[in-house]
Ligand binder design. Structure first.
Ligand code: C2O
Ligand code: CU
Length: 493
């Protein structure tokens, strides 16, 4: 028997929250520079500087083409993405295309799908995105530090028919751990404390690499805001001024059944994207803040600033119609699904930590072969971290050891995450989008996800059709957790 989705209209509540980043982008903007003869867009991962805190002070960063965020790549659905990554960093790296259902060999996971790209070397990525939507790219090697230093960028795949909006603006949120001069707190990259708690939460938030963004609007314009949480570990609650209606149009890149964001606010876990349609129901001279809150702070990271002059239209547009559907599976066979329990354990304040104490955590029991505690040199990446967290009883960096499960192509996988730790976790699955199942029955929410936030003491079930062959990682997108054990892989054969 084939499961029929019962769409639930329950509102989109993800949980608590915190930070935001933006940059305005004309719809037709396309990255042109650095084209190779074969049509590959050259992306150089390299050191640069960015004015993260304003007032003329700049911070050394790592960025694609030296920028934070890196260049926005933009293609139409079914158009090729061709990128040549050139590594000009002092250590190895890769590019992972977050949320894209692409061929396994292009997934950019160091050791699992490709060797790390060494300093001075390059690697060519080429694939055809099957889905329109908001995606992003970042390293999948020493990820906590490399993202923490700024390596990230957007990949926008345009719908064949552009939706009816006046402006299309991405807001990329990053957080940073800086000292008073704006320099990076280097020691925080190796903080055992952060890894065992909520992760490396920054003390400075940026939107599109800047402290603040003003978005000029006209009365009654409709904006598409693409919110992206590129922070290492921070949950972001972003609230648009309540005067302006905000409708959720897509989640994690995939079109959703449109629904109004409660209180015009949404929560994004690290890695997540939400596309909002926002109507600028403002009079000339008024402005509408976008407030990011969480972790005891609240900041206006962006504002819609209404310009003088004629309104864009006399009345705001009516209810938006859904974005055109992407070719995702329409049905899932739950009766013959592979059911996997994935208990999540470890971290500070857990039985695992209490029993052993911090000393025990750093001791032999928590380390795999060759894991010697603090990382040494450049080459080690995530392999040398202490093992603090487990998925289904195993601490892994996500590529060594046996798979969490193997599944025949086309079969449905149902995963049950059971968070037995004291912290929220953002569980991310590569190569597939999944449905979030209702608590009490097998109905699902009216959207797809690639990352799901699992709160402490919560059990969350997801389901997806394992239709993409290869080796894929599942990990917490709080990157310090990922690198200290919360990572596993599965194989679709
Ligand atoms: Cu955005 Cu495995 O990553
Ligand atoms: Cu986590």
């Amino acid at each position: 028997m084939v499961h029929n989705p019962r769409l639930t209209r329950r509102s989109f509540t993800l949980a608590c929250g915190a930070a935001l980043t933006t940059w305005a982008m004309p719809r037709q903007a396309r990255s042109q520079s650095g084209q190779s003869a074969e049509g590959f867009r050259i992306l150089r991962a390299k050191p640069g500087r960015a004015e993260l805190i304003g007032s003329g002070r700049s911070t050394p960063i790592w960025g694609y083409d030296g920028l934070v965020p890196g260049p926005t790549l933009r293609v139409k659905r079914s158009e090729d993405v061709r990128v040549r990554l050139v590594n000009e960093l002092p250590e190895a790296t890769t590019i992972h295309w977050h949320g894209l259902r692409l061929p396994n060999a292009m997934d950019g996971v160091a050791y699992l799908t490709q060797p790390p790209v060494l300093p001075g070397e390059s690697f060519e990525y080429r694939f055809t995105p099957p889905d329109a939507g908001t995606y992003w790219y970042h390293p999948h090697f020493n990820s906590s530090e490399q993202l923490g230093r700024g390596l990230c960028g957007l990949l926008i795949v345009d719908e064949a028919e552009p939706p009816d909006v006046d402006q299309d603006i991405a807001l990329v949120f990053n957080d940073w751990r800086l000292d008073l001069d704006g320099a990076t707190e280097e020691a925080s990259f190796r903080s055992f404390f952060d890894a065992a708690h909520a992760g490396r939460i920054g003390n400075v938030l940026t939107v599109n690499g800047k402290p603040k963004l003003d978005i000029p609007v006209r009365t009654n314009e409709r904006l598409r805001l693409r919110l992206v949480n590129a922070c290492s570990a921070r949950l972001i609650r972003a609230q648009v001024d309540r005067r302006c209606r905000a409708v959720v149009m897509a989640v994690d890149g995939q079109p959703a059944e449109p629904f109004a964001a409660r209180d015009s606010a949404v929560v994004l876990s690290p890695g997540a994207r939400i596309d909002l349609f926002v109507d600028a129901t403002l009079a000339p001279g008024e402005n509408a803040p976008i407030i990011v809150s969480g972790y005891g702070h609240e900041a206006v990271l962006a504002r819609l600033v209404c310009q003088a002059g004629a309104p864009a239209r006399p009345e705001p547009l009516g209810d938006p119609k859904p974005l055109p559907a992407n070719p995702l599976p329409e049905r899932m066979d739950f009766n013959r699904a592979l059911r996997i329990d994935v208990p999540i354990d470890g971290g500070a304040m857990s039985g695992m930590m209490m029993g052993r104490g911090m000393g025990g955590m750093m001791g032999r029991g928590m380390m795999g072969p060759g894991m010697m505690g603090p990382r040494e040199g450049n080459g080690g990446g995530s392999d040398l971290r202490a093992r603090i967290w487990t998925l289904a009883g195993r601490a892994s960096s996500g590529h060594e050891g046996p798979p969490l499960f193997t599944i025949k192509r086309g079969r449905t996988a149902m995963l049950s995450f059971n968070n037995r730790t004291a912290f929220p976790h953002a569980m991310h699955v590569h190569g597939h989008h999944f449905r979030l199942l209702d608590k009490l029955d097998d109905g699902w929410k009216p959207f797809w996800l690639d990352t799901v936030l699992v709160m402490p003491s919560e059990s969350t079930r997801i389901a997806f059709v394992a239709d993409n062959p290869g080796k894929w990682v599942i990990h917490c997108h709080m990157l310090e957790h990922q690198e200290s054990g919360m990572s596993a892989w599965f194989e679709v054969s």
